[in-house]
Write a protein that binds this ligand. Structure first.
Ligand SMILES: CC(=O)SCCNC(=O)CCNC(=O)[C@H](O)C(C)(C)COP(=O)(O)OP(=O)(O)OC[C@H]1O[C@@H](n2cnc3c(N)ncnc32)[C@H](O)[C@@H]1OP(=O)(O)O
Ligand SMILES: O=CC(=O)O
Ligand SMILES: [Mg+2]
Length: 366
């Protein structure tokens, strides 16, 4: 066990000191691209400034024969793309490296950190099983950062996509000061849990509750009854959010594989947003706008939250607004909305304008 006083000590001589706080930068959409796919990679420069995070994916969805081309393609993109990655960049640059038991991951980490570590913000590690996986990456990154002479530590993001990872979720979140966040990986998690689904995220029409029959007769049982599809991922997302919130890091919904179904994608993203996630993955350019919109608090909600903050004065006691009781606890929820809106508005001028317009409208109607 690492004693508390050593938690923030660098893990290699010459490595930058670990971060005391994870910077809060917008990451509503983590947009995946395959750096070995020339068409996709060619779109990357044009996406800088239009998406919060671009992620060069080296793991699943990249053919085994293309693993090295993807790694080298990402190094080139990181070096040559203005405004992408590093402190103050318009768009963050993340990567998803191959799994820790794969033949590629050691070269992924070594090459990326030494050749482009100053442009990378976050390293996403798939199939994390427990704190031991983060400890391995933590030490290796410190050694590589020292070798590369980096001044800023890289952050680590774990994908929650195995039953063991789920069982160890709290210790994964707290395993290193590098931990930036967790994403739900519903596709691998479903397989690992032996769920009987064949999809990449989203719901399932068979997972439902049905209204009771009017009585016990065969006719009533056979009669049409209202049924509602339930959210397969509710428990998992809520558990992930609690673990992340406890450790002060961010939670994300992962992939939604039905690219054509933009409506259900939006629903899945919104459920995650309401439960406490700050973003989701985008697999196709059309999912970027959905994620940016859904993971930005609405201008109306922000204007309302500001009204509650103003009405609560010193933040104690209870007041009535529009027939509803507001007190310290609802104030705290409103402060979460206001703080997030300010953070996003600082990086998104169009959103800032929409917030200002809603605020002006509310003040005019008061
Ligand atoms: C379970 C998991 O691990 S999920 C994470 C791993 N999976 C991924 O990263 C998948 C990433 N996305 C993709 O591979 C692709 O979007 C696919 C396979 C889903 C669909 O690809 P296509 O059939 O080419 O989609 P489509 O024809 O609609 O593409 C339209 C354009 O957008 C481009 N495009 C598609 N996806 C992306 C992307 N993620 N980033 C940038 N450009 C893209 C295409 O190259 C195409 O360009 P063009 O108009 O110049 O021809
Ligand atoms: O990697 C993501 C997943 O859903 O699996
Ligand atoms: Mg996966």
């Amino acid at each position: 066990m690492r004693p508390a006083r050593d938690f923030f000590a660098p893990l290699a001589v010459g490595a930058p000191p670990p971060l005391r706080e994870i910077p809060a930068r917008p990451s509503r959409a983590i947009h995946f691209f395959d750096p070995s796919n020339e068409k996709m990679a060619g779109k990357v420069p044009g996406m800088v400034g239009t998406v919060d995070v671009l992620l060069g994916n080296l793991e699943d969805a990249v053919k085994a024969a293309n693993k090295e081309a993807a790694r080298e393609g990402l190094v080139r993109i990181a070096r040559d793309t203005a405004g992408l990655g590093g402190e103050g960049a318009a768009t963050q640059l993340w990567t998803r490296v191959n799994a820790l038991d794969s033949p590629w991951v050691l070269d992924d980490l070594t090459r990326l950190v030494t050749a482009a570590g100053d442009r990378l913000d976050v390293i996403m590690v798939p199939k994390v099983q427990g704190a031991e996986d983060i400890h391995y990456v933590d030490r290796l990154l410190a050694q590589l950062e020292a070798k590369a002479g980096l001044e800023r530590p890289l952050m680590v993001h774990a994908i929650l996509e195995t039953a063991r990872g789920m069982a160890n979720v709290e210790e994964i979140c707290g395993a290193s000061p590098r931990m930036q966040g967790l994403s739900l990986g519903p596709a691998d998690l479903a397989a690992d849990r032996r769920m009987k689904t064949t999809r990449v995220g989203g719901g399932h029409p068979g997972y439902l509750v049905r209204q009771d029959p009017a009585d016990g007769s065969a006719e009533a049982i056979a009669a049409p009854r209202t049924s509602y599809q339930q959210d397969l991922w509710h428990y998992t997302i809520a558990r992930m959010v609690d673990a992340c919130a406890m450790h002060g890091i961010s939670a994300y919904y992962g992939p939604f594989g039905d690219i054509a179904d933009t409506v259900a994608c939006e629903d899945q993203f919104r459920n995650a947003f309401l439960l406490g996630c700050v973003g989701a993955w985008s697999l196709h350019p059309k999912q970027v706008e959905i994620a940016h919109r859904v993971f930005s608090p609405s201008p109306e909600d922000v204007a309302h939250a500001r009204r509650v903050v103003a009405a609560m004065g010193d933040g104690t006691g209870a007041v009535m607004l529009d027939g509803k009781m507001e007190d310290d606890a609802s104030l705290k929820q409103c402060l979460v909305m206001v703080e997030l809106s300010e953070q996003l508005a600082a990086a998104d001028p169009a959103l800032a304008e929409r917030y200002a317009a809603a605020q002006a409208e509310q003040e005019a109607s008061a």
